[in-house]
Ligand binder design. Structure first.
Ligand code: PMP
Length: 367
């Protein structure tokens, strides 16, 4: 029997999502694909809690492409960007922005912490920034930032805000319209609940206007101006073509988003929180400490936990695997060997069997 995949993405996928995916590849202009594309784009606004005037994009690629699209459509050489840095993926965002020629300022915090509101507002007040980039949940540390206060602080100062939700979207509360966030991006293989292969993002009208105002166009395949009419056509149920959509993924995306919308986003967020609490109860029972330094900073989509003193990391991972569950090692280069990560997002967070099996494999390996 295949082992249970409990890493922080890719994750286990619902059987109905796999069933939707596993068909002979349909053409991108076939009526079922266009209908699925149309429903998926509409449902993205519901899952993202985005305004009716926002633009969802579904593009073949991974989360890194979604990040790149945000960086290159909002910033051009000479623009100033503030990165709220909480780890590995914030470093990636900063590097991307620098490659685009932006001037990047980073507010940082020690590992397991996030820059506080005062540090962020002070930086915003002194930097004349065009855009702020933050990682909603940093997969390397399990740290979740206070996205609401960051989005509001940026918005109040006329600074565009971008949130990398690759390890958060559809697992952690995010109210794009209400908080005034400008881009919220993710990838298909996390809490959205599909195989890897899609970059997914929603842009606010302000973000779209910022792209239109650029004088240095982004590379063609990342350019919102190329994709936007295509997305509008698909949403309206019309045929269109720029670059071939990942047709099987579109069919699967339609099924997974429809199921999230049917459950209701409040219920989806509550499910993730309840599931995360069960994992946290195990860490306390075993006397283990998490990488995030406080409960408020601790994500619900994954746990990043320090190994017990004297334990061999590889042996713990091997014992958990022996019990039929795959978890992940550390990712943050500075503490890589000191901790492990368990994903508890998406489909598995709704499956009692998956949760119980994982908790029991971990208890066996760690106690
Ligand atoms: N940002 C975050 C927070 C991530 O967790 C990941 C992937 N683990 C990425 C960006 C990059 O996504 P991908 O690997 O799909 O390119």
């Amino acid at each position: 029997m295949a082992k249970l995949l409990m890493i922080p993405g890719p994750i286990e996928v619902a059987p109905e999502v796999t069933a939707a995916f596993c068909v002979p590849p349909p053409g991108h202009l076939s009526p079922p694909v266009i209908a699925a594309h149309s429903r998926a784009l509409k449902n993205m606004r519901a899952v993202w809690r985005a305004g009716a005037d926002s633009q969802p994009f579904v593009v073949p690629g991974s989360g890194t492409l979604a990040m790149e699209m945000a960086a290159v459509n909002l910033c051009q050489p000479g623009d100033r960007a503030l990165v709220v840095n909480t780890g590995y993926f914030s470093d990636r965002a900063a590097n991307m922005l620098r490659r685009r020629g932006a001037e990047v300022v980073e507010v940082k915090a020690p590992i397991g912490e996030a820059p506080g509101p005062a540090a962020i507002t002070t930086a915003l007040d002194h930097g004349k920034f065009k855009a702020l980039f933050a990682t909603h949940v940093d997969t390397s540390t399990g740290v979740r930032v206070d996205a609401e206060s960051i989005a509001r602080a940026a918005g109040a100062r006329g600074v565009l805000s971008v949130f990398d939700g690759v390890c958060a979207t559809a697992g952690e509360r995010f109210e794009m319209a209400d908080w005034g966030a400008d881009v919220y991006l993710t990838a298909s293989q996390k809490a959205i609940g599909l195989a890897p292969g899609l970059a997914l993002l929603v842009a606010s009208p302000r973000a779209l206007a910022a792209r239109e105002a650029l004088t240095v166009a982004p590379p063609m395949v990342t350019d919102w101006l190329e994709w936007r009419p295509i997305m509008a056509a698909y949403e309206a149920g019309e045929k269109s073509y720029f670059a071939t959509p990942a047709t099987n993924h579109i069919l699967a995306l339609d099924v997974s988003l429809a199921s999230l919308v049917k459950e209701g986003m409040d219920a989806v967020f509550a499910r993730h929180e309840a599931c995360a609490q069960r994992f946290r109860a195990l860490w306390s029972e075993l006397g283990l400490s998490m990488v995030p330094k406080s409960e408020a900073l601790t994500a619900n989509t994954l746990s990043a936990v320090r190994f017990p003193k004297g334990a061999s990391g590889p042996q713990v991972l091997a014992a958990v695997s022996e019990a039929g569950v795959i978890i992940a090692g550390g990712l943050h280069p500075k503490i890589k060997a000191e901790y492990f990560r368990v994903g508890h997002m998406g489909y598995s967070s709704s499956q009692e069997e998956h949760i119980t099996k994982t908790l029991s494999a971990l208890r066996g390996a760690l106690s």
